[in-house]
Design a binder for this molecule. Sequence first.
Ligand SMILES: [Zn+2]
Ligand SMILES: [Zn+2]
Length: 133
Amino acid sequence: MGTIPSKKYIFHYQGQQATYLISVSIDKNNLTFSCSCSNRQPCKHIHHLVLGRTVKVQEEEVIAVREMATFISQHPDGKTYIEAAIRYFQNDDSCRRCNSKNIVDTKAKTFSAKLYKLISKHRYYCKDCHWSW
Ligand SMILES: [Zn+2]
Ligand SMILES: [Zn+2]
């Protein structure tokens, strides 16, 4: 395991409505994140970057995102953030109850999603165990 340098990063995350400024500071004792969306922390934007996802950042920031994600994965506190991010995205594509991937996002614009919206008042519906959340 390498030593973790003290680093500060600023990323520009291109969201649907706005570009969010995400700042990350790393030193061997602490990991600090903040995002200009001032959503619940850490927000979706930070979760993406923690996992090293670069699709929403400017091209010149791609290498820095990967570098930061590597440092986070080596950091003693990093595991907590990485697991939280994985859990966050899992909720989007697998059932919270049975873990099936056979789920419907009732907000999708497809015809079948609209049908499921009639039987589920929640966002997601699992076709296997009929749970919704
Ligand atoms: Zn954010
Ligand atoms: Zn299920």
